[in-house]
Design a binder for this molecule. Structure first.
Ligand SMILES: [Zn+2]
Ligand SMILES: [Zn+2]
Length: 337
């Protein structure tokens, strides 16, 4: 607390230099990950922000302190760019937009996901999603808890941004004085993008690739049918880039980028093989999750665990390695006959 740095009273770990005229802001997040990274670029024509943190008081206080410490005005902000719609990245976008007047820039699918999940239809989306989890074996006595948990995110993404600039792959996005290319990187989230500066080999990769955590790949409301396929395809695409340094949405920078990509792909292959072996007898996704994740999980972790297991099982179905059987409201996975 109050640790003095050249950035003043903001904690030394909150602001770190990435390269000249670009800083990483470490924002609080109430998840096991604990923090989320935003990046601020200082250009001759204005300030650009990549990702915003949760829309909660702790994050807003941090942004106020960072702004004061770095000595820019809210009106200096030219754009607010989102790598994806998750609350820890997009939650504070509306609040920042209210202060700065800047457009929020994101992929069309990310905008759609954000407004679908946490807009006026949030309650219906939560109800439908819990119903889907129940079909996959989630215990009925915990359905109200799960619904309340999902609903709790509504408060940390409001206000939603009002003014958007939609982006697409191949488009140029100015961050500070440098032009970055928008790269489609779906899988972890529908509409996820990364920002690539080929000249310097720098990639701002959001949650597509993380240093020491495997990014969650889950089915989600309004998400893709086979997010794992999209995810691995997008990983193989960025692996062809000559990335010297990647700056992710959580924790530190990644310098051995292709090694990290290979490790993540290997993790998913191993998980697919393990799940395929598990489907010796008919199993639902909840039963698979309890075998795969044996430590006690929070509701948040359960949602990710179930979403991830369903994504892997559905991918196996898509590959013809197992089959999915629907009986009434119940969904099980079985060996191919
Ligand atoms: Zn995310
Ligand atoms: Zn994240």
């Amino acid at each position: 607390m109050g640790e003095q740095t050249r950035h003043g009273t903001v904690h030394a770990r909150t602001i770190q230099d990435v390269f000249p005229r670009c800083i990483r802001v470490c924002l609080p997040a109430p998840f096991p990950l604990q923090t989320v990274n935003a990046y601020v670029f200082f250009g001759n024509d204005g300030v650009d922000i990549v990702d915003t943190g949760m829309g909660d008081d702790a994050t807003r206080r941090t942004w106020e302190a960072v702004r004061a410490q770095c000595g820019f005005e809210w009106s200096d902000v030219r754009s607010i760019v989102l790598t994806h719609h998750h609350p820890d990245h997009a939650g504070c976008a509306g609040w920042l937009q209210q202060r700065t007047g800047a457009p929020v820039r994101a992929h069309h699918d990310a905008q759609l996901q954000l407004t679908t999940m946490w807009g006026d239809d949030a309650e219906t989306v939560c109800t439908d999603w819990v119903r889907r989890f129940l079909a996959h074996g989630w215990p009925a006595e915990r359905s109200a808890d799960m619904q309340a948990h999902m609903r709790s995110f509504v408060d940390v993404v409001r206000p939603l941004p009002m003014r958007w600039q939609l982006m697409h792959a191949g488009q140029t996005c100015m961050l500070g004085n440098d032009a970055y290319v928008v790269i489609d990187t779906p899988g972890h989230a529908r509409g996820h993008i990364a920002l690539w500066d080929e000249r310097r080999g720098v990639l701002f990769c959001g949650d597509h690739v993380l240093a020491d955590i495997t990014p969650n790949v889950s089915v989600s409301p309004g998400g893709e049918a086979d997010p794992l396929q999209s995810y691995v395809d997008a990983l193989m695409h960025v692996r062809t880039f000559h990335v010297l340094c990647a700056h992710p949405g959580h924790r530190g920078a990644i310098t051995q980028f292709s090694d990290r990509v290979d490790a993540i792909v290997a993790h998913h292959r191993a998980r697919l093989a393990r799940l395929e072996a598990m489907i010796d007898a008919p199993m639902d996704a909840y039963a698979c999750s309890t075998q795969l994740f044996t430590k006690p999980l929070t509701l948040h972790q359960w949602r990710f665990a179930m979403g991830e297991v369903i994504a892997h099982l559905d991918h196996l179905v898509g590959q013809g390695r197992i089959r999915r059987v629907e009986e009434g409201h119940r969904m099980t996975y079985q060996r191919r006959v």
